[in-house]
Write a protein that binds this ligand. Sequence first.
Ligand SMILES: NC(=O)c1ccc[n+]([C@@H]2O[C@H](COP(=O)([O-])OP(=O)(O)OC[C@H]3O[C@@H](n4cnc5c(N)ncnc54)[C@H](OP(=O)(O)O)[C@@H]3O)[C@@H](O)[C@H]2O)c1
Length: 317
Amino acid sequence: MPTSPAAPVDLRALGRTGLAVSPITLGASGLGRDVPAGDPAEPEAVSLAAAMLHGPYAIVDTSNVYAGGHSERILGLALAETGAAPGRQVVTKVDADPETGAFDRDRVLRSFEESLSRLGVDRVSLLHLHDPYGIDFEDAMGTGGAVSGLLELRESGAVDAIGIAAGKVSVVSRYVESDCFDVLLTHNRYTLLERRALVLLEAAKARGMGVFNAAPFGGALLARGSASGATYAYRSAPAQVLERVRQLEQICARHGVELPTAALQFSLRSPWVDSTVVGISRPERIADLEFRRQVVVSEELWAEIDALGPPPEAVAD
Ligand SMILES: NC(=O)c1ccc[n+]([C@@H]2O[C@H](COP(=O)([O-])OP(=O)(O)OC[C@H]3O[C@@H](n4cnc5c(N)ncnc54)[C@H](OP(=O)(O)O)[C@@H]3O)[C@@H](O)[C@H]2O)c1
């Protein structure tokens, strides 16, 4: 079994939820990708999941749909084999039916049951509504809609808190303003390259919601750098975005700070963000993140980045 610090690091409240989070949350969207049950790669994936569950951070973030359900399945195998260290837990998300696209109350309850069964647990503390792009907001909020399923689960005590987890600001803002949700998870939109989620972060905080900011590296470009060919928000980066990354690299180099460290700390230092969700696909990333979290970055670096002015548009809303 992996060794782990006694308690997760630097715990803080996740808004009004009563849950405690570390400054970093580990994202499991890639866990179990192309690893069907019994695959030779399964033990390695389970070891990664166990390392996440015994690492320095309180929460592992997954969803019903990640890796076609294998992310939850692999986490379930790790939970059965090694358990989780004290204070660590998995949170998940409900997703539309992958066959029919249905995303109503009944699908929310089924999605939740699927997740519990794969994870081998009888409850989760926090359950998000994930990427509700295929449904109208009015349908989601109406009788028999997806949100009524989540409210039912919270009222029954099956979960402690519910969240909205999605990217598009124009969609997410309506869910935040509904005052039904305890938590916001936004992604790729509050980074060294994007600020458009700031309005959401402010609205969520004003309501006492907890805030996760996911994908501080934009899925990789801000970790791997301008010359890597890496994507931003899962799309190839336009020339003006790559030019901004080169400018960021020059500023970082002048201050002796690596770009991924600045990208991570941009989110960590935000007063709007309770926890920053980072995706990893190998255990050694955990120590790397812990190292980067603790690097001292000078205020001058942030001032030089601010002086660049608003970043070019890196994501279409
Ligand atoms: N709608 C939603 O709810 C939603 C949407 C997006 C994301 N999320 C959550 O947020 C998590 C994070 O998002 P993400 O994984 O897309 O983006 P991310 O955290 O910005 O980027 C993760 C990528 O950065 C790479 N990386 C990390 N440190 C590195 C380093 N020092 N050098 C080079 N590469 C490095 C990782 O590489 P390796 O693979 O090599 O470790 C991984 O591929 C997801 O796993 C998911 O849990 C949720």
